[in-house]
Design a protein around this ligand. Structure first.
Ligand code: XMP
Length: 326
């Protein structure tokens, strides 16, 4: 029967055997898989591991801090954090077509990661060490999805912004390769990772970039971050986190709807709540969130985010709609 601590022991031994005294690099995305993979590798080889976190500025409220502070504090991991948010914003200026957004974010991410990686390699080299290994948070379902073999990294790299260029000369370390998501969470908990990280719901690599319908600007990102934080807080407070697969909060930035706020007639943008229940994101049903919870979210968002005067609920299943709006 399944036991987190014996899996950890097992993996620690395997990781040590695989990497010996070489240096290892790991990209953190803010998600549970890369965090647990990194924590496991760190437990095995300590300071031989350097993590790289590229902050693309498209994460939700508090998530970058979670990686930079809470995660580092919980694990003692060596981290290079690159704040590239200005860079990403500049590259995304004027772009509203979803697939172009994805492409720009993906490419920019890789370039930024490579730069940080060169820094890690240079620093390791000074100590006469070689950086030979790259950690990936590949799970068992990713392996199956790609038909086994080493295609798994490709699936991830095409679907996650955390994905990496294929021309890297690294050997992969994939300590989660035989595990399912719930097992990864149990291991993360056992390793003492922050709860919010371990229980984070699925979040797309391009982040809030594909939840702003229209051009991405700093103001729109900040607005969406606030609204999203309110929705998450209230869903958590209502005890719905484990029932809901994920709840995208989407800003219809180019739509202007009329409102009355205070004594004034306003033109604001609507926010869409998209709570879904699902097993694997391939199909999904819209979640029947209790009306009073929706009411609280709606009132708080329109009160606390003045530019938003309308909150709407997406009650479409997948298919025909996808989970994300872009
Ligand atoms: P859709 O919108 O296709 O989403 O029903 C299915 C699942 O995939 C996530 N998603 C993405 N994840 N990069 C990602 O890493 C992407 O470009 C992307 N688009 C959608 C979505 O959040 C859902 O969990």
């Amino acid at each position: 029967d399944w036991d987190a601590s014996s899996i950890i022991e097992d993996q620690v031994a395997k990781i040590r055997a695989q990497v010996g005294d070489a240096q290892v690099i790991c990209g953190l995305s803010g998600g549970v898989d890369s965090a647990v993979a990194a924590a496991l590798v760190h437990k095995a080889i300590g300071d031989q591991l350097t993590c790289v976190f590229v902050d693309h500025g498209l994460l939700r409220k508090g998530e970058a801090e979670q990686v930079k502070h809470d995660f580092v504090e919980a694990t003692g991991i060596k981290l290079i954090a690159v704040d590239a948010s200005e860079d990403f914003l500049t590259a995304l200026k004027g772009v509203s077509e979803p697939e172009r957004k994805r492409k720009i974010i993906g490419e920019k991410f890789i370039r930024t990661f490579e730069k940080a990686q060169r820094q890690v390699i240079a620093e390791a080299g000074e100590n006469g060490k070689e950086v030979k290994f790259l950690v990936q948070g590949t799970l068992y379902p990713d392996v199956v999805e790609s038909g086994g073999g080493d295609g798994a990294a490709n699936i991830k790299s095409h679907h996650n912004v955390g994905g990496l260029p294929k021309d890297l000369k690294f050997e992969l370390v994939e300590p989660l390769r035989t595990l399912f998501k719930d097992e990864v969470r149990a291991i993360g908990t056992e390793l003492g990772l922050p709860e919010a990280m371990v229980w984070r719901q699925p979040f797309p690599g391009p982040g809030l970039g594909i939840r702003i319908i229209g051009e991405i600007t700093k103001e729109r990102l900040d607005l969406l971050r606030e609204a999203d934080a309110i929705a998450r807080e209230e869903l958590t407070r209502a005890g719905l986190d484990r029932d809901i697969w994920q709840c995208p909060v989407v800003l219809l930035a180019d739509v202007h709807s009329v409102g009355v706020q205070g004594d004034e007639r306003t033109y604001g943008s609507p926010i869409v709540l998209r709570p879904v229940s699902s097993e694997d994101a391939m199909t999904a049903d819209w979640s029947r969130v209790p009306y009073d919870v929706l009411a609280t979210i709606s009132t708080r968002i329109t009160n606390e985010c003045r530019q938003i005067n309308r909150v709407v609920l997406d009650c479409t299943s997948k298919p025909p709609a996808t989970i994300e709006w872009e």
